[in-house]
Design a protein around this ligand. Sequence first.
Ligand SMILES: Cc1cc2nc3c(=O)[nH]c(=O)nc-3n(C[C@H](O)[C@H](O)[C@H](O)COP(=O)(O)O)c2cc1C
Length: 243
Amino acid sequence: MSDIADHRFEYARDSLELADLDPDPLRQFHDWLMDAAEAGHLEPNATTLATAGADGVPSARIVLLRGIDERGFAWYTNRTSPKGQDLAANPRAALVFYWERLERQVRVSGAVSVIPEDESAAYFAGRPRKSQLAAWASPQSQPLDSRVELVAATERYAILHPEEVPLPPFWGGYRLLPERIEFWQGRRSRMHDRFVYLRADGGREARPGSAPGEAQGEALGGPSTIGRRSAGGAMWRIVRLAP
Ligand SMILES: Cc1cc2nc3c(=O)[nH]c(=O)nc-3n(C[C@H](O)[C@H](O)[C@H](O)COP(=O)(O)O)c2cc1C
């Protein structure tokens, strides 16, 4: 690619219609995640996590999705990290998935809660031993003098925990309960298909735009809106968005 300003790609693989969408956005997401795995993405569960702390400064990084069910989208990390500090100050976040081979994007946003310790411990127990030791040894995102320092720290923790490695008190999961989930399918000539599911039963975002807190309890209906009840008991409306 000699000049990114001239780089063009026609999305021509698929389309998305209201009739294609599952009434439950979480099932719809799961279907797309499975499609992404089948299409050969090496880490289809990789997602960009955006947070903002008390200062309002946005920050984004990739994490791996480690659970998806009616409770929401789960990932694990060091809670003293910058993202952990952001979430402690402002427990709201957005996730973005991009599956290039399918020309699909999914955007999710909502409130974030800390996963209970017993659940984090069960997840941590299933990780490879070396990853467990690295979690103990790494003060994530703090300055590090050298790699040697990090390796030495993991060796110290290996001696300290010769058998089972316990869950570090500063490590664990978060779960985002979606209020808004948008599915984007690339089409030719930037005429992309976009549908957003908006939580219509008390979520903070009830408008297609992302301004929170407005239009709560808005009547279901309208040309591009279909009221549906998901498996988790949540009420969602689906709106087509201009690309
Ligand atoms: C493909 C990929 C997967 C990653 N998965 C995780 C993860 O699940 N948890 C995590 O804490 N960091 C993960 N990271 C590292 C983060 O992107 C980031 O560097 C780190 O968490 C520090 O972020 P922070 O300083 O914003 O807190 C991953 C990075 C990549 C590229």
